[in-house]
Write a new protein. Structure first.
Length: 308
C-alpha cells in the first residue's frame, strides 16, 4: 500500500514554475478585465461570508447594481480553477485541495485585485472573514472608492448541508469536488462576525450591510445597513445582525434537513469511497439538527458548539 503523502509533499509536487505561474497570471488579466473599463467614481463591494453560505449569489446580486455589468468580480475559488492540474489535485488529494491551490491562487487573486484597484475599476471581492486583513487592504488600497461591505447571516446547519450537497454534485458531475473541511468551516464561521465588527467600528467604509438568503441565490434579503441611520434598525450593529440572522435561519435549516435527511443518510451509508471527512460533516449536521429541534440552549451562535 502506497504511503500517504504529507501536505508539504503534495504542495511541492504541484508547485508551478515561475514561468507557468506568470503566464497564467497574464491570462487571468485578459480574461477578467476584458470588456471592463475604469470609471471616475469607482465602487468596491466586499462580500464576506463563511463557505457555502451564499457568496456566489451575493456576488450576482452585486453585479446587478452596475450598469452594463461593468465590474470586475474577483473570486479566489474561481481562480483556483486556473491551475493546469486542478483535476488531478482534486481527485487525488481532496483533503489538501484548498492549501495546495492557494499557493498559486492567492498571488493570482491579490495581483488581479491590485491591478483593478490601481486603475479605478469597479470591483466585487469576496472573502470568508477568517481574519481582518481585508481591513488593511481597504485602508491602504481603496482610497477614492465608495466601499460597501456585505456579510451573509446563514445558520451553520444550512452552510454544512450546502458544503456536502455542493461536493457531492461536483463529484458526480466532474469526478471530483471541493470539500471544505469541518475545522476550516468553523474557523471562518466563528471569526466572520468579529471581522465585520472591526470593519464597522473602523468607520472607514461607506456602508456595512448584512443579508440573509432569499428565495433565489441572487436575491438575498437585507436585514441591516449601517448607512440607514434615519431608520429604526432591528439590530444595533452588524455583528448582532449576523447573530440574529443566523438564529432566524435555524428553522429554515431544520426544515431543509428533514427534506434531505434520507438522501444524505443513504449516500453516507452506501456510497463507495465515502471519506471520513464527509462522514464527520454529516454527523455534525445530524447533531446540529437535533439541537435546533430540542431548543438546546448550549448551541452557541458565534462558535462551533461542538464537544471538543
Amino acid at each position: 500500500m502506497e504511503e500517504k503523502k504529507t501536505l508539504e509533499q503534495v504542495m511541492k509536487e504541484f508547485k508551478l514554475t515561475d514561468e507557468e505561474h506568470d503566464e497564467i497570471q497574464r491570462r487571468i488579466f485578459n480574461k477578467y478585465l476584458y470588456n471592463k473599463h475604469p470609471v471616475k467614481n469607482p465602487q468596491a463591494i466586499v462580500d464576506i461570508a463563511p463557505p457555502a453560505s451564499g457568496k456566489t449569489g451575493l456576488n450576482s446580486y452585486g453585479v446587478q447594481q452596475f450598469r452594463d455589468g461593468n465590474v470586475v468580480v474577483i473570486n479566489s475559488d474561481e481562480l483556483k480553477l486556473e491551475h493546469p492540474r486542478i483535476d488531478e489535485i482534486a481527485k487525488k488529494y481532496p483533503e489538501y485541495y484548498t492549501k495546495v491551490t492557494d499557493q498559486e491562487s492567492n498571488t493570482w487573486t491579490s495581483t488581479l485585485f491590485d491591478e483593478a484597484l490601481k486603475n479605478g475599476y469597479n470591483v466585487i471581492f469576496e472573502g470568508t472573514g477568517r481574519n481582518a486583513r481585508i481591513l488593511d487592504t481597504i485602508k491602504e488600497k481603496m482610497k477614492g472608492y465608495k466601499v460597501t461591505v456585505r456579510g451573509m447571516a446563514v445558520d451553520k446547519l444550512n452552510c454544512l448541508m450546502s458544503i456536502l450537497e455542493r461536493y457531492w454534485e461536483q463529484s458526480d458531475r466532474l469526478g471530483w469536488g471541493r470539500l471544505v473541511t469541518l475545522d476550516h468551516f468553523y474557523e471562518t464561521y466563528k471569526n466572520m462576525p468579529e471581522t465585520i465588527d472591526k470593519i464597522e467600528k473602523s468607520g472607514i467604509v461607506d456602508s456595512v450591510q448584512i443579508l440573509k438568503r432569499g428565495g433565489e441565490p441572487h436575491e438575498p434579503v437585507e436585514i441591516y445597513d449601517s448607512a440607514k441611520s434615519d431608520e429604526i434598525k432591528r439590530f444595533p450593529t452588524a455583528k448582532y445582525a449576523i447573530f440574529g440572522g443566523r438564529k432566524e435561519d435555524e428553522i429554515v435549516a431544520l426544515n431543509y434537513f428533514k427534506v434531505l435527511k434520507g438522501k444524505m443518510e443513504e449516500r453516507v451509508e452506501t456510497k463507495e469511497g465515502i471519506s471520513e471527512e464527509e462522514k464527520r460533516i454529516f454527523n455534525e449536521i445530524e447533531k446540529l439538527a437535533r439541537q435546533i429541534e430540542s431548543g438546546d440552549s448550549s448551541r452557541d451562535d458565534d462558535g462551533d458548539g461542538r464537544d471538543d
